[in-house]
Design a protein around this ligand. Structure first.
Ligand code: BTN
Length: 260
């Protein structure tokens, strides 16, 4: 299907819109497991998800019809498995640059791929790579962004929407088209081997880079400063007991923490 607001070469050119689904990531994975080939750049968008999934087995909640919940298919067969974090970088950069352009607001990437405005979470990304014969055959990239939702449950105090920040409604398809075009541009840079430009821009956009703050790991709260991200995606934090590296399961950012 050709959609004229989708200006890229392939991302978003095949757009499937669903009224309601469990999870767009699961829907796309099921589509891939059927025998018919699915074109790279296919986007599955849902008005409502009843079993939306987040990082680390969390649920993703989104009010029906108010926000963007979609999954995008990439086929980065050119990318060595060891470099799969580059995908996280390009997709996060695609989302951030699209949102910055659409709103004029400065957005940041909270490591590894949360989308932040100030200290609040605007959205998140769930990438599921399907590996076959040592290659990433399919990458299912699920993106959830809070756009027009006005209220969030009390147990999600860190969430924010564009509507809450800018006091206006956004057309979901227009924002989606912007994200598709920016993500495609960053992905094509990766395909062209421009890895150092991608890493530089990812660091430049990183939330809390070079700022002292509090973190929690192994039930221990400590002060530290993010100084970088390893090529493989591990987060580097300079602590009072030296430089340490963390993966997503090991570290928690503490926001507004007051030391005792
Ligand atoms: C996170 O935990 O921050 C990642 C959230 C990812 C949510 C999106 S919504 C569309 C896609 N389908 C899902 O079930 N999850 C992702």
């Amino acid at each position: 299907m050709q959609n004229n607001i989708f200006s890229g070469l392939f991302v978003g050119q095949n757009l499937v819109t669903l009224k309601e689904v469990g999870s767009t990531n699961n829907f796309l994975k099921e589509l891939l497991s059927n025998s018919k080939p699915v074109a790279e750049g296919t986007v599955i968008m849902a008005e409502s998800q009843y079993a939306g999934r987040g990082q680390q087995q969390n649920r993703w909640f989104s009010e029906a019809g108010k926000n963007l919940t979609f999954s995008l298919l990439l086929k980065p067969v050119f990318l060595p498995l060891m470099q799969q974090f580059e995908l996280t970088r390009v997709v996060s950069l695609g989302v951030v640059s699209a949102l910055q352009q659409a709103t004029g607001l400065p957005m940041q990437i909270k490591w590894p791929n949360d989308i932040y405005y100030g200290d609040k979470k605007l959205g998140g990304i769930l990438i599921e790579n399907l590996v076959q014969g040592g290659q990433i055959r399919n990458s299912v990239i699920g993106i959830g962004l809070n756009i027009n939702q006005l209220d969030f449950p009390a147990d999600l105090p860190g969430a924010v929407s564009l509507r809450q920040i800018l006091h206006r409604d956004y057309d979901l398809k227009i924002i989606l088209a912007e994200i598709c075009s920016h993500t495609e541009a960053w992905y094509l840079k990766l395909k062209a081997g421009k890895v150092s430009e991608i890493r530089k821009q990812y660091l430049h956009t990183l939330y809390r880079l070079n700022q002292a703050g509090y973190f929690k790991a192994d039930e221990l709260v400590f002060k530290g400063t993010i100084t970088g991200v390893r090529d493989n995606g591990l987060l580097i934090i300079d602590t009072e007991t030296g430089e340490k590296e963390f993966n997503l399961k090991q570290i928690q950012f503490l926001i507004n923490h007051i030391p005792r």
